[in-house]
Design a protein around this ligand. Structure first.
Ligand SMILES: Nc1nc2c(c(=O)[nH]1)N[C@H]1C(S)=C(S)[C@@H](COP(=O)(O)O)O[C@H]1N2
Ligand SMILES: [Mo]
Length: 494
């Protein structure tokens, strides 16, 4: 290696490290930090059993190690991108070439970082720093007899970059310690990673058909129902969940206290009572949290009913037996529970309509007797299991055939079969289903293909649940008990 090569290698490494250090200085180890996002990507590409195994075996150390590994790998990658871009443009080493090279390197680093983090504002400053550093050091030229470390330009450049990195790392560390980074937070992050794997596993269970609804809804796609136009913003550090009323001992649990209970991940669908047969108010996600039964056991309930209160003045009463196996969720699809879906924590009640899944939950009060709930006051019913529903997502016409695809849900009973009739209900045939997921309360996708005959087909689809019950034929609207009936379409032969 000659001195030119040393300088190039130095430019590459210094640029990559400086980009990452800048991101660290700004975001510490929070979400938009480049290495946090990159580490997630790396771990997602490793097999789930491997990552879960390592995390279970080595706990938080495994996570620190993977962050370190990802940090080094990412620094080298971003440095190579920056240097590559710089070198292509700044060939002649004229000062204009250096500026153009640095600018091009910035654009490339910005693009790659954006692909990793997904938020332009979070990567702009680190990318500019990466471009500046590569132009700064890459623009140095070795003397004829090698790099003279006493030469002022070299000393100045290397010294400035080193000083910058020292300050950036110090800032990042300081901010990290200020953000109350405890063992529990690391545990929580490990839990999120495991949930991320469950999201990928659901992807593997899916059917392959154009326009079919994915099993797991992305957070931005997940339907929302709120009694207010905008969700309450609850500060997790000031928040607590209190368990009050008829209990042996009242509890007041802070956010981090929740992490002391065993972590549970669950695939679960939420369906709104107002969801029509052809409606859109039903989605599934992977939820992370703790069992409400574990919390209740600490409080020692002395009655059979509870009142649930959300921070938005939303309230419901519920029999205690429904609450035992409910989940107090603080994570969704491997991420922190989003504000819209109830941050810091929400309830998820097995086999019940969405309205009972109180978001922004603040208090569980044990009471003597059943009382009503927010939507009951408006005349709605539906305190029992959710109705089965079969939905059509898309009709495809591959070649001369017709392909119908959709998804189906039957609460905790599960979807055993989806039956399709193409002759107005005379005869029925079974659709192909996506692989079942391990939990109750999960959606299955379905696909049915046939060759059209005659002018048109009256198509019906219906679900048989895990207890062998056929979905109700009678068509009713959602109010007040939830919609029933078979979905139908009239398809013309083309
Ligand atoms: N605190 C609170 N919880 C709530 C609601 C609400 O308005 N406030 N809406 C309920 C209704 S009717 C449904 S269907 C679900 C919807 O949950 P999502 O918005 O996360 O999809 O939340 C339930 N929990
Ligand atoms: Mo709802």
């Amino acid at each position: 290696m000659n001195d030119r090569h040393y300088l190039n290698a130095a430019a590459l490494l210094a640029s990559g490290v400086s980009t990452v250090a800048t991101s660290f200085a700004i975001y510490a180890t929070s979400g938009p930090f480049l290495v946090s996002s990159f580490n997630r990507m790396v771990l997602e590409h490793l097999p789930g059993w491997f990552v879960s195994g390592v995390i279970q075996r080595f706990g938080s150390i495994a996570l620190e190690m993977s962050m370190l590994f990802s940090g080094v790998l990412l620094s080298v990658m971003l440095g190579a991108v920056a240097f590559g871009g710089y070198a292509v443009v700044a060939r002649g080493m004229s000062s204009r070439g250096r500026v153009a090279g640095g600018a091009f390197a910035t654009v490339l680093v910005f693009g790659v970082s954006l692909a990793i983090v997904g938020a332009p504002a979070a990567v702009a400053v680190p990318a500019v720093v990466g471009g500046l550093v590569v132009a700064y050091i890459g623009g140095l030229s070795p003397d004829e007899d090698g790099i003279d470390l006493r030469r002022r330009s070299v000393v100045r450049s290397v010294g400035a970059v080193a000083a910058f990195n020292a300050v950036a790392h110090a800032l990042g560390l300081l901010r990290r310690s200020q953000t109350r980074r405890t063992e529990q937070e690391l545990q929580q992050r490990a839990a999120r990673l495991q949930a991320g794997h469950l999201v990928s596993e659901a992807g593997n269970a899916e059917l392959d058909a154009d326009g079919i609804k994915p099993l797991i809804a992305e957070i931005g796609e997940f339907y929302r129902v709120d009694i207010n136009p905008s969700p309450p913003s609850v500060d997790a550090s000031a928040w607590s969940l209190s368990v009050t009323g008829l209990v042996d001992e009242e509890l007041d649990l802070e956010y981090l206290d929740l992490l002391e209970f065993d972590v549970t991940h669950r695939y679960k669908t939420i369906r709104c009572l107002s969801d029509d047969i052809d409606g859109d108010s039903m989605d599934m996600a992977v939820w992370t949290g703790c069992r409400v039964g574990d919390i209740l056991a600490e409080a020692g309930p002395q009655s059979g009913y509870a009142m649930l209160y959300g921070a938005d003045d939303y309230w419901y009463s519920i029999p205690l037996e429904d609450l035992e196996d409910a989940l107090l969720a603080y994570g969704m699809n491997g991420l922190e529970l989003p504000q819209e879906h109830g941050y810091p924590a929400r309830l998820l009640v097995p086999d019940r309509w969405g309205k009972l899944h109180v978001k922004w939950i603040e208090e569980i009060e044990l009471i003597d007797d059943r009382r009503s709930g927010y939507w009951e006051e408006q005349g709605w019913h539906g305190m029992g299991p959710v109705n089965a529903v079969t939905k059509i997502d898309r009709i495809n016409r591959p070649g001369s055939g017709i392909q119908i695809c959709g998804h189906a849900y039957a609460g905790a009973r599960g979807v055993e079969a989806v039956e399709v009739s193409i002759d107005g209900g005379e005869t029925w045939d079974e659709a192909t289903l996506s692989r079942p997921l391990p939990d109750d309360d999960t959606i299955r996708q379905w696909v049915y293909e046939f060759q059209p005959e005659g002018d048109s087909h009256e198509v019906y689809a219906r679900t048989v649940d895990g207890e062998g019950m056929l979905q109700t034929e009678e068509r009713t609207g959602p109010f007040p008990d939830g919609a029933t009936g078979w979905v139908s379409r009239t398809l013309r032969a083309e």
